[in-house]
Design a protein around this ligand. Sequence first.
Ligand code: AHG
Ligand code: MN
Ligand code: MN
Length: 344
Amino acid sequence: MNTKGITLTRHILLEQRAHPSETGDLSTLLAQIGLATKMIARAVSRAGLVDVLGVTGAVNVHGEEVKRLDEYANQTFIHVFGHSGLVCTLVSEEMEKPRHLSENCSQGKYLLFFDPIDGSSNIDVNGTIGTIFSIHHRINGDPHGTEKEWLRPGSEQVAAGYVIYGPSTVFVYTAGNGVYGFTLDPSIGEFLLSHENIRIPARGKTYSINEGNYPAWQPPMRSLMDYLKEKDPETGRPYSLRYVGALVADFHRTLLQGGIFLYPVDTRNPQGKLRLLYEAAPLAFIAEQAGGRAGTGTERILDIRPTGLHQRVPLLIGSPEDVALAEAFCAGRKKRDRERRKQP
Ligand code: AHG
Ligand code: MN
Ligand code: MN
């Protein structure tokens, strides 16, 4: 297919044919996310000039100080979807409780989960940041919505994606029929198809983790890191370390070039740091749709039935062979070369 000039909206409509049951509402919803993220991209590109740098002075449900851009992006989603009639409930990293968008949650077929700005610590230093989203069907007709409506396993997602605000702004999504990337052409204000049917390499050469947490990791994770750094050309080691500190940026590189991103449990984050519903689950859906793998070290991310709106999980995500290797270390089935040689 000649991908030149295919806009996000046109691609979504073409994709919609793969979902005859979706009456076009999903297409409109995805296109609206494109609109919201274009508005955020505009603020990001002028962050130093307009009043969106720095903190609001508020602290969110996670005890993190809220950056002005976090709040701006969160309000942009509320504004764009407030009266769209598409979404009955918004769940945001920046809002403690779900936000019902219509009286008695009577309108809207979808639930929209999102991390309005991911990688907030990069905002004030002009680093790459992103937005992550996850879309579920509303399942029951309960008037006010109930926990079972939004505590859903990632395997039930209808669509998921992210936007990365880097040297260029790229919108990546899946609706269960492959992964596609669109680059924003600011001169016409359109996302144009630039990454047709993304597939992740079976194995990569990079690992992405906050090595500063090494002393706080569990022993198998320390062994895995030591293993990846051992010199063994036969198995393509040592791997290189790449870490931006923004999940969307580290994941996007891993998706395109292969390798593994890890945010394991540590003594300060006994459940892991990343949130299941609007960080790990949407990226896991994308990773698997691109032929990759995503787990906690012991279970598949998309199988986890959430117990809390802002539940945190450990995350190992990327090339299938690299994630399988990490899971083997977590399960004690694999040891470092030196440890193996010492074994009788
Ligand atoms: P957010 O800015 O939405 O709170 O997410 C930050 C997350 C994620 O983007 C990144 O991978 C991770 O925090 C980095 O954590 P450390 O600074 O502890 O490495
Ligand atoms: Mn985040
Ligand atoms: Mn965030």
